[in-house]
Each structure stands twice: as structure tokens, then as C-alpha cells.
Design a protein around this ligand. Structure first.
Ligand code: ATP
Ligand code: MG
Length: 422
């Protein structure tokens, strides 16, 4: 074999594909009930969209983007996340003109140049939602609610909602300054990434995978002391609504999230491991008051989240939550000579268009291998077409559940299947 997939990518087939599509169906049908509509944006954008939209101090922009120059000497980037592209499209298409609130969802592949490991790929898929135009604790809570309902519907257990507020831009600047002063004398004892984060993005030190359990991190100044009264009130309103909706949460002062554009509410749904360092984040999101404006658009707030599909697929396996999707056939048609085989293909087409899953054996005309096919496909009905059936315009039908066999007129086939379905 000469070719292998690119490092950090995956092929999905058989059960994996069923899982992938099952997740897509559960998630998208649920958020449609919340009034979200699908948006499909290109898989690549002009690089500035992500530099601006994700923030040039973030890990994503600093080291994870697949950026290249196209043949017209333009820098383009394979999308590393969904929000920036959705905001770009929202503005470019002036979706805000006739409505105060725009609710969108997306589902598809993202690309990040990261070190591949469990739950971390270079191509992975996200499902996410964005709501633009409203700044209300009710909306924040309802966005979180939709993620919570997805998790509930999937049946996932052992999961916690971690939530925090990082306040407005001014509060965060004050906080960042305090963190810099606090960490600077000891920064040598932190990982290399954190050393470079000190000046450009000190909040990120708080949720560093390597250093998060350092006592220095645990005792660091807390955002709460730097919040304005408005930010505190807003956050307690969000929590109050979550209480009413009976959505459990853990307020987590060190949760700051990776992207630069968040303000106020930030949250993650995390699968708890016995040892805290291996917690697996399934979904992350938050509110971003300034992102749309920073794109040159109107002063509208946004809020959203994204689930990682591959991580969800792993959890479905681990918690044994995948419904049993049989790929059984309703009908297998057995043709006993070449003419019968052609006729069976015609019948198969009629039945398929009427909604039945129908399989035929293209190769064999003898009974045995064709019955074997019916067995492996767990066929409910076996229709047999031989010389006699062709002459008399009949079909012989075996009902494999009732273990009966009858001969019926060809024209009665739909009636027979319908009556024997239960
Ligand atoms: P992390 O801190 O784990 O790197 P992140 O902050 O980069 O996460 P987000 O950008 O918020 O993650 O993405 C939302 C979700 O997408 C994550 O919670 C995760 O489930 C999934 N995700 C992110 N990066 C990857 C990846 N490289 N491979 C697989 N899934 C990913
Ligand atoms: Mg990341």
C-alpha cells in the first residue's frame, strides 16, 4: 500500500459513519426546535477572518492554523473554528437588517495543526450554534439549555457544566494586569507555552493543560475581584435562570476559554475523569459582545458554543449510548434465472421507491447463496421469482418472522407487504 491518510485525520466507515450521522441528526433536530437555522459557509476563508475573529494572541492563530498562499498570492486558511466565519457571513449578507435576533447552527469539519492524541485531531468536526443581536441573561441561559438538552437526549452521564464570567473588556484588562504581576516573579516554573502567554494572554495560564494544578495557579487572583457590578449582576441572573431550568453547574473561576473574543458568560461541558487533569471537554462556548463590532459591523452581541463530534463519538462508545441501527433489509428478492433476475431488479426498484430496503444478489441464480444473503441481511420477507412465477405472474413470498410461505398475484405485492408488516 502506497498511500496513508494525513497524520491527525480519520476515515469514517461502517459504525463510525452511523455514529457521526446519528449525532448530526440528534443535535440539529434539537436546535431547530429552539429556532436555529442551518448556515453553510466555505471550508476556507481569507486568513484575516480568523486572525481578527479568533484573536492573534490565541493558540489557534499563533500556531494551529493551516494557512497557505493560493495561486493568486492570497493568504487563505482552512477554518479552525466556526464562529469567525459565521460572523463574516452574517455581516457580508447583512442578515441583521430585518431581524433583531439571528439564530444559526453549523455542522462540519474544522482544521487545526495540533499534536494528535486521544480526542485531538488535525481534521475534526464541530457542531455549533451562534445567536446574534440580543444581550439578555435569558438568551445566555437558553443557549446553554440547548446544549444541556442535547447531552440529555444523547444520554451522556458523568458530565458537568463549568461556568464562569470574565466580565467586560475593561474588567478583563485590569484582571490581566493583576495576573501578570502575580505570575511574573515565578514564571520560570511554568511550561514554555505559559512563559510566552504571560505577556500576550495571561488569562490562558489559568487553564493551561500542563500547569493548571500548580498551587500558584490555584491561589492566583480571581476574576470576581475585578468585575464591575453590572457584570456580577448579569452573571447571577444567568445562574438564577439555570437554577429554574434545573440545569446543574459548577462555577469555575479559572475557566477563561481559549479565544480572545469572549466577554461575560463562558462555559464548558466536561466529562469528569477520576483524575482532574484528564477531564475531557465536549463543548465550549460563551458570549462575545465586541466581536461583530470589531469586524466593522453594527454593535451587536453574540453568543454560541461548539461541540467536538469525535469526542462525542468516543463518549457514545464508552458509555454504550449508540442506538442499535441495523442495516437490515426489509426484502431480499431471489431470482432463479437471468430473466427472473432482471425482473427482480425492476420489482426491487418499485419497492425501494415505496420505502422498503431491498437487496438482491447480482451474481448467483441458485437458491443457496441467495438465501444466505437473505439471512445475513436479516430480511423480513424473501420474494422468490422462478420460471413458474414468471409464467403465472405470481411471486412466492416467505415471511421469515411468521415462517409462512405463500404464492400471490404480482399485483398484490404492495397489499401483502402492508398487511404483513406488523
Ligand atoms: P482545548 O482546550 O481542548 O484545546 P479548545 O478551547 O481549543 O479546546 P474550542 O475551540 O472551544 O476548543 O472547540 C470546541 C470543541 O471542539 C472542544 O471542546 C472539543 O470538543 C473540540 N475540539 C477542539 N479542538 C479539537 C481537536 N483538535 N480535535 C478534536 N476535537 C477538538
Ligand atoms: Mg485547542
Amino acid at each position: 500500500m502506497n498511500y496513508q491518510k494525513v497524520k491527525g485525520t480519520q476515515d469514517f466507515f461502517n459504525q463510525q459513519v452511523l455514529k457521526y450521522r446519528y449525532l448530526e441528526e440528534v443535535m440539529t433536530s434539537l436546535v431547530k426546535k429552539f429556532g436555529y437555522r442551518e448556515i453553510i459557509t466555505p471550508i476556507f476563508e481569507n486568513t484575516e477572518v480568523f486572525v481578527r475573529g479568533v484573536g492573534d494572541e490565541t493558540d489557534i492563530v499563533k500556531k494551529e492554523m493551516y494557512t497557505f498562499k493560493d495561486k493568486g498570492n492570497r493568504f487563505v486558511t482552512l477554518r479552525p473554528e466556526g464562529t469567525a466565519a459565521v460572523v463574516r457571513s452574517f455581516l457580508e449578507n447583512k442578515m441583521y437588517v430585518n431581524t433583531n435576533l439571528t439564530k444559526l447552527y453549523y455542522f462540519g469539519p474544522m482544521f487545526r495543526y495540533e499534536r494528535p492524541q486521544a480526542g485531538r485531531f488535525r481534521q475534526f468536526s464541530q457542531f455549533g450554534i451562534e445567536a446574534f443581536g440580543d444581550s439578555s441573561p435569558l438568551l445566555d441561559a437558553d443557549v446553554i439549555n440547548s446544549a444541556f438538552q442535547i447531552i440529555k437526549k444523547l444520554g451522556i452521564s458523568n458530565i458537568v457544566l463549568k461556568i464562569n464570567t470574565i466580565g467586560d473588556f475593561a474588567s478583563r484588562q485590569n484582571y490581566a494586569k493583576a495576573l501578570k504581576e502575580y505570575f511574573r516573579p515565578q514564571i520560570q516554573s511554568f511550561c514554555e507555552d505559559c512563559q510566552s502567554r504571560l505577556d500576550r494572554n495571561p488569562l490562558r495560564i489559568l487553564d493551561c493543560k500542563v500547569d493548571q494544578n500548580q498551587p500558584l495557579v490555584r491561589q492566583a487572583p480571581q476574576i470576581n475581584d475585578y468585575l464591575t457590578d453590572e457584570a456580577k449582576t448579569y452573571f447571577s441572573q444567568v445562574l438564577g435562570i439555570l437554577d429554574v431550568l434545573q440545569i446543574p453547574y459548577e462555577v469555575t473561576p479559572t475557566l477563561v476559554r481559549g479565544l480572545d473574543y469572549y466577554t461575560d458568560t463562558v462555559f464548558e461541558f466536561v466529562i469528569k475523569s477520576t483524575d482532574e487533569t484528564n477531564n475531557l471537554t465536549l463543548c465550549g462556548g460563551g458570549k462575545y459582545s465586541d466581536l461583530i463590532k470589531s469586524f466593522g459591523g453594527p454593535d451587536l452581541p453574540g453568543i454560541g458554543y461548539a461541540f467536538g463530534i469525535e469526542r462525542l463519538m468516543t463518549i457514545l462508545d464508552e458509555q454504550d449510548l449508540m442506538p442499535d441501527f441495523s442495516q437490515n433489509a426489509d426484502v431480499v428478492i431471489i431470482g432463479l434465472d437471468q430473466i427472473a433476475k432482471t425482473v427482480s431488479l425492476e420489482l426491487a426498484t418499485h419497492l425501494r421507491l415505496a420505502g422498503y430496503v431491498v437487496e438482491i444478489d447480482y451474481r448467483n441464480t441458485s437458491m443457496k447463496p441467495q438465501f444466505r444473503l437473505a439471512e445475513t441481511k436479516n430480511a423480513r420477507f424473501i420474494i422468490i421469482i422462478g420460471e413458474e412465477e414468471l409464467q403465472n405472474n405470481t411471486y412466492t413470498i416467505k415471511n421469515t418472522i411468521l415462517k409462512t410461505q405463500v404464492s400471490i398475484a404480482q399485483s398484490d405485492i404492495f397489499k401483502y407487504l402492508k398487511e404483513n408488516q406488523k
